[in-house]
Design a protein around this ligand. Sequence first.
Ligand code: SAM
Length: 258
Amino acid sequence: MSGGGRKSNDYGAAAYWDARYSSGSSPAGGDGEFFDWYQKYSALRPLLRAHVPASSRVLMLGCGNSLLSEDMAKDGYQDIVNIDISSVVIEQMREKHAEIKQLTYMQMDVRDMSLFDDESFDCVLDKGTLDAMMCADDTPHGASKMLAEVARLLRPRGIYLLITYGAPKERIPLLNKGGCCWYTAFFVSPTPGYQSKMDKGAPQPAMEEVALTEDGQLPPDYVLKDPESHFIYVCQKSNPAHGVNSVATDPEETMNEK
Ligand SMILES: C[S@@+](CC[C@H](N)C(=O)[O-])C[C@H]1O[C@@H](n2cnc3c(N)ncnc32)[C@H](O)[C@@H]1O
């Protein structure tokens, strides 16, 4: 992960993030009070509205001081539970959003969410938190524990929406280890401001859906327009009766299974 310049690189530990949130430092582009990694709600909204009804019970993993939950609440989402390992940021956000009843904040480690019941969420949202876990001292063990918890917490057909810098060759094998059967739709999203780095006049490439190969890889001839693009995995928890540890990439096939 980038930013910070600290010596400790345990991005899965409270100490690292507490220090960061206490100092008010934020990566380039943040205003110190709020900072959204990768993408903002405006860019994600079409995908979220298409896959996550506003009445859903949503769990925001590693919420940090992102504006995503606030923007979702303003847009009609009714129940968003925000967790983060940093008690510092949880206190800050609880105070900032005290008036927004749709938002609750809890200090919690994504590797152990045992305070929540099985199948108690319709959607789990993850923007940058699996990435932090992949840079933690216990990687990839901690990341797998987190994904097993996500699978446990989701209702059947619930959605795990993962926004990450991790390309399919790194993320699909990890998802397959999570003890869950997923149907995954996959999107590529250029970084905000990509166009300003490019020739003026050409249209900003939009978020695009890409059909992964049968073994969950980008098609061999696929070229990223923005090499720094983010990747979005819309993972739907499918029926465990159909077996575990498989990522189906063919929507037709998955629909027929239901
Ligand atoms: C890259 S930041 C993303 C923040 C926010 N989701 C966003 O999009 O701006 C990763 C977040 O994960 C949190 N985090 C890291 N390890 C965690 C863990 N083990 N359990 C819960 N949260 C964790 C950090 O405190 C940090 O807020």
